[in-house]
Design a binder for this molecule. Structure first.
Ligand code: TXA
Ligand code: MG
Length: 339
């Protein structure tokens, strides 16, 4: 059930969380599937409903900076405390930070690891709910494991129907991509997932280089720092390929294909050949494109197409996060195009 996010419905959602139920939570990045992070049984239901492997840990959401110490064990002095202080400027906002975990956090939240990812979301409804329930909330993106993250309340309803206590309607997500994940538990701050807060911004704020495993190489890395780095992340059911891989138009003949362009003014391929065409931005604005990406992928996936073709965008700033998600959603084997 989707509920308007008025004060009484937020109170209802808070009481549901306190009673161990799950709530669809709007944030500025994507919608979350929230449970009381201190209730191992409620957290267990998140894994069951999502079909999420239990080795993939969840992000804990809190209302303010002062609450970090209630979910993480921050040494009074040293690099972690210093870095955290410098990262304050990004909160509330689309940044999750991996820290040493507090004993209060049940093991299933962190998939048995002794670190916890924490974030303060920049959405008035999420913040009101966090204040109202006075709980840290464990919330992964509110999609079935391996499908596209939701950026509206309607997407969450599509995923979980009536299985949640409620879905608070916070409108369309303003960022549209999942948060940047930065680990502070290594010698050097380490980027685990690119997002709207870029590696360059983090590096400037911290005054140090940020280490990064390229997600494409993560499966070969000796130590997998974050299970979410596995290169195949989520994808539409319909095969998704890059415009650059569509070597000749003949391979499209007779096929119902969708086309997703970054720029209405200058699409890379002539759109006439496609059954369904969408533009992520009017003018090539990558923030607008990020906001529209997941919704557009879902729309194309519902349009009874045989394939979806998407353009590349420039891989800098938020473009880096966009291409990270696009590359992980692609169908690698494009031999079906020759058939
Ligand atoms: O924007 C977001 O982060 C959204 C909204 C709802 O806040 N949440 C989200 O959660 O994207 P999820 O579960 O879909 O992605 C969490 C990512 C995964 O890649 C997970 O592996 C990583 O964070 N993660 C969580 N805890 C971690 C930890 N202790 N160490 C390393 N990686 C961790
Ligand atoms: Mg997710």
């Amino acid at each position: 059930m989707i509920l308007e996010a008025c004060a009484s419905n937020i109170k209802f959602a808070a009481n549901s969380l306190l009673a161990g139920e799950l709530v669809g939570l709007p944030t500025e990045t994507v919608y979350g599937l929230a449970a009381n992070a201190l209730d191992a049984e409620a957290v267990q239901r998140i894994f069951e409903l999502k079909g999420r492997p239990t080795h993939n840990p969840l992000i804990v959401h809190i209302a303010d900076f002062a609450s970090i110490r209630s979910v993480a064990n921050i040494p009074a002095q040293g690099p972690i405390a210093d870095w955290l202080e410098k990262l304050k400027v990004f909160w509330p906002g689309p940044l999750s930070v991996v820290l040493p975990k507090s004993e209060r956090i049940p093991d299933n939240v962190t998939a048995g690891s002794n670190s916890v990812a924490v974030r303060i979301p920049d959405h008035p409804v999420a913040l009101e709910l966090l204040v109202s329930c006075k709980l840290p909330l464990a919330a992964p993106s509110a999609n079935k494991s391996n499908y596209i993250s939701p950026t509206s309340a309607a997407h969450v309803l599509e995923e979980f129907g009536e299985k949640l206590a409620c879905i608070l309607d916070g409108g369309k997500c303003n960022v549209g991509l999942e948060s940047t994940v930065l680990s502070l538990i290594h010698q050097q701050p380490t980027l685990l997932r690119p997002g709207a807060i870029s590696k360059e911004q983090l590096s400037r704020a911290l005054g140090v280089e940020i280490f990064e495993y390229k997600s494409q190489n993560a499966e070969n890395a000796k130590v997998l720092l974050s299970p979410g780095m596995l290169s195949k992340h989520y994808s539409p059911h319909t095969p998704l390929i890059l415009a650059g891989d569509l070597k000749n138009a003949a391979s499209l003949s007779g096929k119902r294909a969708g086309y997703i362009s970054f720029n209405q003014r200058s699409p890379l391929i002539s759109p006439e050949r496609f059954t369904k065409v969408s533009f992520l931005s009017h003018s090539g604005d990558l923030n607008e494109a990020a906001r529209n990406l997941f919704h557009t992928l879902r729309e194309h996936d519902r349009a009874n197409l045989e394939l979806i073709v998407i353009e590349n965008c420039q891989e800098s700033g938020i473009g880096n996060a966009i291409m990270n998600r696009v590359l992980r959603a692609l169908k690698r084997d494009v031999s079906f195009l020759q058939q």
